[in-house]
Each structure stands twice: as C-alpha cells, then as structure tokens.
Design a protein. Structure first.
Ligand code: SF4
Ligand code: FES
Length: 271
C-alpha cells in the first residue's frame, strides 16, 4: 500500500518502479585546439525522459566529477532556445533528431538502451576549444563586416513615421529569429555559412532603415564569410532542415539577389 501526494491510497506499489533510461554515451573528448581528440564511452543511468539533453550532460558531468574525472566541456547559456550558445552533433545530426536547439531537445526523443554519439560542430572555421565547445567568433566577424545599421543617436522616431508593408516586416522578423547557433554550418557538407549570413542580410535589407548601407553590407559580409574559410553554397538545403528557427532557403535567394544588384551598382568589399 502506498499513499500518493494528494493523500489517496493506492494498492499498487510504485516505489520500486524504475522509469529512467539507461544510456551509453560516446562523447568526443579533446583537451584543446591542437590536442588529438577521441570518442570516449560513458554510461548514464536512470535518465528521466523529461530531462533536456543538456541536463542529461549535467548528470554525466556530476558523475565524472564525483569520480575525479574532468567534466565534459560544452557551451550553453539561456537553456531556452534563444541565445544560440548550445549545439552539438547528436548521432551525426546538428542539434539531434528534432529541429530544435540542443537545450530544447528532451530525452524522450531517445529510448532506453540507446547509444548516443555526441560530437562538436565539425567545420574548420569553428575550431574546437575543448571537447564539445567550439570557437564561433567567425560569425561575430561576419556581423562586424556589415550586419548593422548606422543611425544618429537621440530620441526614437515616432513608430508610425516609417511605414513598413506587413509582408516585409513578417519576412524581416522571420529572418531576425536566427540565433547564430551555427547548426547550418555543421549540417552543410560544404560547411557553408550562407544561411546565417543570408538571415542577417535579409532582416536588415527588408527594412527602410537598412537601405543606406544595403549594398556595402552584402558585399562585405559575403567577403568576410569567404575570408573565414566557410564553403560555398550549392543549394543542398541541409542548413535549413537543421535550423532550429526554420530560416528558409528563400533568404539565400534574397542574399544572392542583393549581392548581384550591389556588384552591378559598383559596390566592392573593403580589403
Ligand atoms: S540560420 Fe539557423 S542554424 Fe544557422 S545560425 Fe541562424 S539559427 Fe542557427
Ligand atoms: S543554451 Fe541558449 S539556445 Fe540553447
């Protein structure tokens, strides 16, 4: 006989019931950018299906610390799908089997007894810092090359003084939801950053405030992504399929349209 939380009596004894999953994890361990890495196998037990993937990694790390081992390094911040910090390859898929961020992936997507391979993003412009953490500052440099608008400071203008068609504001907003996680690069066989750059070019290029620097923005951002060593886009579409924010391939068409127009107008990248 057991007594449930609300005080009701139950003749079924659930106390010995084990709901958690037992998993085998094969995790990429690499001590530093130039160290040789390897997959290391760990077991975790009694993992709740309601845990997030990162919480499951927390359990592994607590276990490793208790055993005197080095915990697995991985990036995370908000754990709410908004900051773009998290991201690992899970069984060869960027962010795993669901189209979401790693922090929003739940263990109910896996089965008891599963073996899960966990690796860092694989792209030479994203060098491994340690274990699953990679250096994504290449994205910051692409933004610095043109992903901004220049406006005088002072009082904000009255919102209705610049009218924006609804379809443009919707498309700009959709593109602006890119969180810079890098899954698009990791999923692309060419390690292309085109979807990321296109999202940034599109969300500014559709707004009136983005027009004065539109041509310079696109040529400089594209030149910077080439300098960083990202591959060329061949319209495979893995990027969009892996993107947790569903950024569409249409943004890449918009970037190409803008780039052609800018080059025809004589815009050239800063050296
Ligand atoms: S386009 Fe999507 S996958 Fe690429 S960085 Fe932005 S949110 Fe991440
Ligand atoms: S930790 Fe912020 S998006 Fe995952």
């Amino acid at each position: 006989m057991t007594i449930t939380q609300d005080g009701a009596r139950s003749s079924v004894d659930h106390s010995s019931e084990k709901r958690g999953m037992n998993l085998t994890l094969r995790v990429w361990r690499q001590n530093g950018p130039t160290a040789k890495g390897k997959m290391v196998t760990y077991k975790v037990t009694d993992i709740s299906p309601d845990m997030s993937f990162l919480e499951m990694l927390d359990v592994l790390n607590e276990q490793l610390i208790m055993e005197g081992d080095d915990p697995v390094a991985f990036d995370h911040d908000c754990r709410e799908g908004i900051c773009g910090m998290c991201g690992v390859m899970i069984n060869g898929q960027a962010h795993g089997p669901q189209q979401t961020t790693t922090c929003q992936l739940h263990m109910r997507s896996f089965k008891d007894g599963d073996t899960i391979d966990i690796e860092p993003w694989r792209a030479s412009p994203f060098p491994v810092i340690k274990d699953l953490a990679v250096d994504r500052r290449a994205f910051d440099r692409i933004i610095q090359a043109g992903g901004y608008i220049s406006v005088p400071t002072g009082t904000a203008p009255e919102a209705h003084s610049i009218l924006v068609p609804k379809k443009d504001s919707d498309a700009a907003f959709d593109a602006a939801t890119c969180i810079g996680c890098g899954a698009c690069v990791a999923a692309c066989p060419n390690a292309s950053s085109m979807l990321f750059t296109a999202a940034k070019v599109t969300h500014l290029g559709l707004m009136p405030q983005g027009q004065p620097e539109r041509n310079d923005r696109v040529v400089n951002m594209v030149a910077q992504q080439d300098r960083e060593g990202f591959g060329g886009c061949t319209n495979i579409g893995e990027c969009s399929a892996a993107c947790p924010k569903g950024i569409s391939m249409e943004t890449i068409s918009r970037l190409n349209h803008d780039l052609l127009g800018a080059l025809r107008a004589g815009a050239r990248p800063k050296s």
